[in-house]
Ligand binder design. Structure first.
Ligand SMILES: [Zn+2]
Ligand SMILES: [Zn+2]
Length: 262
């Protein structure tokens, strides 16, 4: 049985837990380790039993506690060469990852432990480099894309290989344009290296539609330019329009999600 728990999702911090009875890992550590520990414990899961941490990119909301945690517990940290170089210079992680780093190659599947097959793929976003992850654990196929500004061919390709898709649905265009953000920040979000709007997420779902898609989890929702209800409605309409039976969930920003099992 595979378990999935989102511990936090959004610009306030990202951390996602996946595991089965033998293997457990996190994607990103963008909130404090104490909070991660507490939220895992509420579901009888343990941070000490984590076998690995995978990093998507070098923004603070994805690596906040990565350095301090790794320095203390020496868990393996998997990331691309480009991100490893960036994290050597980042104030959160500089000098703290040595000995723990395991390099992944973009677009190439790696086998971690006995059971996990995982592939990082590059997505457009304004970090040094940003990757999504496609992985297979106990025959369940997952694709996770937390921050991306555009629906690329690779994003569609890896989404269309997933039974369970975790994808950003960051903002509603009208809410963003009429909202309080300064013009430069609006522009940054709208750019192809910013974040996915609900409409772009809908277009990804249409293009990646396939019969074996079972779950869609909307992640990294903006607190100011979106609401769970608006994002959910947009994706729900899209899934209905393409005849998809996939179940749909919004991942909460500042608390853990339900524990999902497959
Ligand atoms: Zn982010
Ligand atoms: Zn980011």
């Amino acid at each position: 049985m595979v378990r999935f728990l989102s511990l936090s999702s959004g610009s306030n911090g990202n951390c996602y837990y996946f595991g089965d009875d033998c293997t457990a890992f996190l994607i990103d550590m963008g909130i404090g380790a104490r909070t991660i520990r507490k939220r895992l414990a509420e579901h009888s899961l343990s941070l000490d039993s984590i076998d690995a941490i995978f990093v998507t990119h070098d923004h603070f909301d994805h690596i906040k506690s990565l350095g301090t945690f790794t320095e203390k517990y020496h868990k393996p940290v998997y990331l691309t060469r480009t991100l490893e170089k960036a994290l050597r210079r980042n104030f959160c992680t500089a000098g703290r990852l040595s000995g723990s780093v395991r390099i992944l190659e973009e677009g190439k599947e790696a086998i971690v432990g006995d059971r996990l097959r995982i592939t990082p793929f590059v997505v457009p976003h304004d970090a040094t480099q940003t990757v999504g992850y496609h992985f297979v654990l106990d025959d369940e196929r997952f694709t996770v894309m937390t921050d991306l500004g555009d629906v690329t061919e690779d994003a569609v390709r890896f989404a269309s290989m997933a039974d369970h898709l975790v994808v950003e649905s960051n903002y509603d265009v009208d809410m963003l344009m009429t909202g309080p953000y300064p013009p430069e920040l609006k522009r940054r979000i709208l750019l192809q290296h910013g974040h996915l709007s609900n409409e772009q997420t809908a277009s990804l779902l249409r293009r990646a539609n396939h019969a074996s898609l079972r779950d869609v989890y909307l992640c990294h929702l903006s607190a100011n330019n979106n609401t769970p209800a608006v994002a959910f409605e947009s994706a729900k309409k899209t899934l209905e329009s393409i005849g998809s039976q996939a179940s749909l969930h919004c991942l909460p920003r500042s608390c853990a999600s339900d524990l999902f099992t497959f």
